[in-house]
Design a protein around this ligand. Structure first.
Ligand code: HEM
Length: 415
C-alpha cells in the first residue's frame, strides 16, 4: 500500500532548490521525517532521502538502472549538440552510466588493473606529492587551501596513476569543471556552449592518450587496460578511452572536495582538530566521519525500469530518481545524533558516500589513502592552523557535488 506524503507540494516548491547546496541539511531532515520519497516537479526527479531507501535503490540494479547517471540535468541545446557532434564527441560514460552486461565486463577488466596492488605501489609517490605541496606553503602565513592544496594535489596523484605529465593538470581540471557544470548544473543554452567546446577537447585528449599508449606503453592505467586487451580481454579502444574520460574526472574532483570539506569541518570543530593533532591514530575513523558528515557527492541518479515502490511509495516505470546520500548519511535511525560531527562514532563507515552495490566506487582505497596522508601531514606540520576570520565560502551551483569555492586558512606557523 502506498503512503501519502504529508508535506505539501507548495511547501516543497517554495523552498527547495536542489541545485543550491549551500545549506541543505535542514531541508533534508524535514524530508526524512515528513516526505522521505517525493516527486519534485521542477526537476522531474523522485527525491529519496532515507538511508534504507537510498541503499535499496543502489543495491537493486535489476529494478533501478544507472543509465541516467551521467545525463545532463538540463538537456544540451541544439547548438551545443552540433559543436559536440562536429568535434567527434562520442563519449558518454566509462562505467557509472553503463549497465550489465557491458558494465560487468568492463568493470572486471578495470578492477584487475586498478586494484589495491597499483594503489599501494603509488603510495610513496603520493607521499612525495603531498610533501612537495605542503613544503611549498610552509613559509606563508595564510593560504586558500582549496586553490593551493586541495585542487592540484589529487590531480597530480591521479596523473601519476594515468601516466600523464604534470603540466596537463590545469587543462584537465578545467575540463572536469566543465563536465560537472554541463552534467549536474542548470546552465542556460548560452552558458552551455563554451563547455561543449571543452568536452570536445577533453574527449580528444582521452582518445589521444589511448592511441599514444598503444604506440608506447608505460607503467600506468591505460597501458594496463591495453595489455588486458592484447591478452584477449574484451574491451575496445573506445571503451578504454571512456574509462579515461570517467577516471580523469571521478578520480580527482571528488578527492579535492573531500580534502576541502574535511578541513572546513575540522576548523569548525576545534576540539576535534586538537584531538587529532594529539593522537593521529584517530585519523582513520575521522576519515569515515568526514565522508559521512560532509560527503563530496551528496546525490546520485538512477531510473526505475518498472513500476515499483521505494519505502512504501509507488514509483512509476521510467521514473528518474535522485538519491540524496548527503541526507541518508544523516539519517537519525542509523546514526545517533546524526547532525553532530563525531570522530568517535563507531558506525560512521555505514555512510553511502561511495555508493553501494555493483557501481561502488572502485577508487575508494586511493581516496582514503590520499586523504589519510594529507591529514597526517597537516596535523604534524600545521597544528595551530585555523579558518581566517570573516572568510566566506560559496558552493558550486549544481545537484551532486558539494564543492566550496575557497577555503581561507591561517597556517599559524609564525613562531
Ligand atoms: C572522496 C573521493 C570519492 C568519492 C566520494 C567517490 C564517490 C563515488 C560515487 C558515489 C560513485 C557512484 C557509485 C554508484 O553508482 O553506486 C563512484 C563511482 C566511481 N568512482 Fe568514485 N569517488 C571518489 C574517488 C574516486 C577515485 C579516486 C577514483 C579513481 C581513481 C574514482 C573512480 C570512480 C569510478 C570509475 C566510478 C564508476 C564505477 C562504476 O560505475 O562501476 N572515484 N564514486
Amino acid at each position: 500500500m502506498s503512503t501519502v506524503t504529508v508535506i505539501t507540494a507548495e511547501a516543497r516548491r517554495d523552498s527547495y532548490d536542489p541545485f543550491d547546496l549551500s545549506a541543505p541539511h535542514k531541508k533534508w531532515q524535514q524530508f526524512r521525517s515528513e516526505a522521505p520519497v517525493f516527486f519534485h516537479e521542477e526537476t522531474g526527479y523522485w527525491i529519496v532521502t532515507r538511508h534504507e531507501d537510498v541503499k535499496q535503490v543502489f543495491d537493486d540494479w535489476n529494478t533501478f538502472s544507472s543509465d541516467n547517471a551521467q545525463a545532463p540535468m538540463r538537456p544540451m541545446c541544439d547548438e551545443g549538440k552540433r559543436i559536440m557532434a562536429e568535434g567527434g564527441f562520442t563519449a558518454y560514460s566509462g562505467m557509472s552510466a553503463r549497465v550489465p552486461p557491458d558494465h560487468t565486463r568492463i568493470r572486471k577488466i578495470v578492477q584487475t588493473a586498478f586494484g589495491p596492488r597499483r594503489f599501494k605501489a603509488i603510495e610513496p609517490k603520493v607521499e612525495a606529492i603531498i610533501d612537495r605541496a605542503l613544503t611549498g606553503i610552509e613559509d606563508k602565513s595564510e593560504v586558500d587551501f582549496f586553490q593551493e592544496i586541495a585542487y592540484p594535489v589529487p590531480a597530480l596523484v591521479l596523473f601519476t596513476l594515468m601516466g600523464i605529465p604534470d603540466e596537463d593538470v590545469p587543462r584537465v581540471k578545467d575540463w572536469a569543471t566543465s563536465r560537472a557544470a554541463l552534467t549536474w548544473g542548470n546552465l542556460t543554452d548560452e552558458e552551455q556552449l563554451p563547455h561543449a567546446h571543452k568536452m570536445v577537447e577533453y574527449w580528444a585528449y582521452c582518445r589521444g592518450l589511448v592511441a599514444a599508449r598503444k604506440q608506447h606503453p608505460g607503467d600506468d592505467l591505460p597501458s594496463d587496460l591495453l595489455q588486458a586487451q592484447s591478452e584477449g580481454h574484451e574491451i575496445t579502444d573506445e571503451e578504454i578511452a571512456g574509462v579515461m574520460y570517467s577516471v580523469l574526472f571521478a578520480g580527482h574532483e571528488t578527492t579535492t572536495t573531500l580534502m576541502a570539506n574535511a578541513l572546513k569541518v575540522l576548523m569548525e570543530n576545534r576540539d576535534t582538530w586538537d584531538a587529532l593533532c594529539a593522537d593521529p591514530s584517530r585519523i582513520k575513523n575521522a576519515t569515515e566521519e568526514v565522508l559521512r558528515f560532509a560527503p563530496s557527492i551528496v546525490s546520485w541518479r538512477r531510473r526505475a525500469k518498472v513500476n515499483t515502490q521505494i519505502g512504501s511509495v509507488d514509483v512509476p516505470e521510467n521514473a528518474n530518481i535522485l538519491m540524496i546520500m548527503g541526507s541518508a548519511n544523516r539519517d537519525e535511525t542509523i546514526f545517533e545524533n546524526s547532525e553532530t560531527f563525531d570522530i568517535h562514532r563507531d558506525n560512521a563507515r555505514n555512510h553511502l558516500s561511495f555508493g553501494y552495490g555493483i557501481h561502488f566506487c572502485p577508487g575508494f582505497q586511493l581516496a582514503k589513502m590520499e586523504f589519510g596522508i594529507m591529514l597526517r601531514e597537516l596535523t604534524k606540520r600545521f597544528p595551530h592552523m585555523k579558518s581566517k576570520p570573516g572568510s566566506q565560502v560559496e558552493y558550486l551551483r549544481n545537484i551532486s557535488f558539494r564543492v566550496p569555492n575557497r577555503l581561507d586558512i591561517e597556517l599559524g606557523n609564525s613562531t
